[in-house]
Design a protein around this ligand. Structure first.
Ligand code: CUA
Length: 160
């Protein structure tokens, strides 16, 4: 017969098993079922050699890598983004390859899953799909000095 004390202990023990199991399931479902993951550390680069190292020697130039899929290089620097404006067709899947020229910056594109740090010497990759035509602002979200608030730009998604 289960007495009151045993019930009370079970009331603590069962949730302490169920919660980590639930979290593990959530991680597995989001990683493998929904393809959500942290942005990759996609290589290193000499910040001084950015202007001569592909793809950063042509920032903002869309390179088609598949049907309505593009790759574009983006550089954060005090206190602007290069490019400041990017035009893509509606429905485009854009692979951003990004880095910083000087100090740590951030890149957040509104309405997308792009929310990454740009670290000097490191290359960051993140992809986003722009389904609806319109303007998507992007901003630096790491405080990077006196002109931090002027670091922004726009992705313009055009009708096909
Ligand atoms: Cu760059 Cu804040």
């Amino acid at each position: 017969m289960i007495n009151r004390k045993t019930l009370l202990e079970l009331g603590w023990i069962l949730p302490s098993i169920a919660i980590p199991v639930g979290m593990l399931v959530a991680v597995i479902v989001s990683a493998f079922g929904m393809n959500i993951g942290v942005p990759s550390q996609a290589g290193t680069i000499q910040p001084a050699a950015i202007d001569t190292t592909p793809p950063f020697d042509q920032p903002g130039v869309l390179r088609q890598v598949g049907p309505n899929q593009y790759e574009v290089a983006l550089i954060g620097q005090v206190w602007s983004f290069n490019p400041r404006e990017l035009r893509v067709p509606a429905g485009a899947e854009v692979h951003f390859v990004a880095t910083s020229r000087d100090v740590i910056h951030g890149l957040h594109i509104e309405g997308t899953n792009v929310n990454v740090m740009l670290i000097p010497g490191r290359i960051t990759r993140q992809r986003a799909v722009f389904r609806e035509p319109g303007q998507y602002r992007f901003v630096c979200h790491e405080y990077c000095g006196i002109g931090h608030h002027t670091m922004y730009g726009t992705v313009i998604v055009e009708e096909r």
